[in-house]
Design a protein around this ligand. Sequence first.
Ligand code: 8YV
Length: 329
Amino acid sequence: MNAKPRILIARAISPEVVERLSQHFEVQSNQDDVAWSQPELIAQLQGKDGVLTTGSQTINAELLAACPQLKIVANMAVGYNNFDVPAMTAAGVQGTNAPDVLTETTADFGFALLMATARRITESEHYLRAGKWNAWRYDLFAGTEVHGSTLGIIGMGRIGQGIARRAAYGFGMRVIYHNRSRLSPELEAECKAGYVGKQELLKTADHVMLVLPYTPENHHSIGAAEIALMKPTATLINIARGGIVDDGALAKALRERRIAAAGLDVFEGEPAVHPDLLTVDNVVLTPHIASATLGTRLAMADLAASNLLAFFEGRAVLTPVNQPLPRAA
Ligand code: 8YV
């Protein structure tokens, strides 16, 4: 009988999925809180046939060249900007992501962050905990209206559509969106969302929600010039990827009250956070937890595991991001 394929689990995941994988593969698992550096990951990948990893671990040509036995990288994330897809394809390495299973949970969080930001929930809690609350005032932590306002969504994939439905049906919001391609008329009608140009969206929306994938082309695509287009009463929510927003320019705009507030779950260079963001009051900051319910994280890991199983059983992977060329022997 052939030896079992050797799999590396690069970040701590739900124990049930480690157990499932262990029944089929020889598994080595990083259950530490700390992510491996790139040289550490390369060292750990020696002799491994596959790896289950997260969106924060870079898979590039250098790593692929240093890990000739590697055949598949299963990302436990819908976003895969951590992959150099052409390099993986050329190297004959299959890439997979984990879409769909996190859509509704992530859309819930986008809305939670919008509510917390517009209604100043964390800022007012800090005030209360600091013992500063001594009287009712008509304008104490007066926020921005959510119901009936206009939500602008940039990036109208599955998660963006989930947010649009929540906004339109749950909160009676007017929804406008901008995306690389327009939705079908049927989907626009179902999401009650109207397509607009990016500039019009930034000028018109009361709340701007970023849900687009990161690409080198949209690096800092929300910077000082774009923020200047927004209403001074507007809020900006980023649940997409760090790097899409110029965090330094945003911190400056928030400090100068050029926009009312921001809610950020993702940061350029995370887990580091731009120091200027830590010193402004009108921003809600969360540590990349939009998909973080145990059920959803289990489903994401399970889908990554299913991709590994399918691959090594010679079946089609469930959620491929490339069609690799044959790997050189
Ligand atoms: C992940 C995410 O938690 O799915 C994504 O793209 O950003 C998150 O759900 C994160 O990338 C770790 O894999």
